[in-house]
Write a protein that binds this ligand. Structure first.
Ligand code: FE
Length: 185
């Protein structure tokens, strides 16, 4: 091996390592915990298959969620309109709770809006979410919570399209999208 070839190989290996870095840090599993792009710490409570209810103390959530997800999911804050990753996203697949992995929506129920947040006309199944009356900011709204972990997801309005007329107005931060496998749907 010539000196030039050896140097080239070293440079190539170093470049590959840099490119692989962010992907490996952002990788996630579908059951038994996840290291997602939203979650800065490993979240051992994350599962897309375990439907058991999660009731965890606030300080535990604070440890396993990113600061932004913790603020929205556990304290009901809202991401700024048009800033989230999914408000105008059109990929085919499923949306899961970013805090616990509970299946929430299918892309088939997502519709284009001008409100700046991802919006759906129905959940993937009736128990996916729960509702709570929200009287903050001088309004009476229906707050939407994750049916498994109770995370704040967004609000429900009655100005959606057919067939339900509902608009689940969600925070992108509260969701994690998983594309359909090629050729599966
Ligand atoms: Fe959840």
């Amino acid at each position: 091996m010539t000196r030039a070839v050896a140097v080239s190989l070293i440079v190539l290996m170093a470049t590959s390592a840099c490119l692989a870095g962010p992907d490996s840090r952002g990788s996630k599993t579908t059951a038994g915990g996840a290291m997602s792009s939203h979650s800065q710490s490993f979240n051992p409570y994350y599962s897309r298959t375990d439907a058991r209810k999660l009731e965890l103390p606030d300080d535990v959530w604070k440890k396993v969620l990113s600061p932004q997800l913790y603020s929205i999911a556990r304290h009901g804050s809202t991401e700024a309109a048009f800033t989230g990753r999914y408000w105008d996203y059109e990929g085919k697949g499923s949306y899961y709770c970013a805090a616990c992995g509970n299946p929430l929506f299918r892309s088939d129920a997502k519709f284009a809006t001008t409100c700046g947040w991802p919006s759906f006309f129905e959940t993937v199944r009736p128990g996916s979410v729960t509702y709570r009356k929200d009287t903050s900011f001088g309004m009476v709204r229906s707050e939407v919570l994750c049916g498994r972990c109770g995370a704040h997801l967004g609000h429900l309005f009655d100005d959606g399209p057919p067939p339900t007329g509902k608009r689940y107005c969600m925070n992108s931060v509260s969701l994690e999208f998983e594309p359909d496998e090629a050729g599966k749907h």
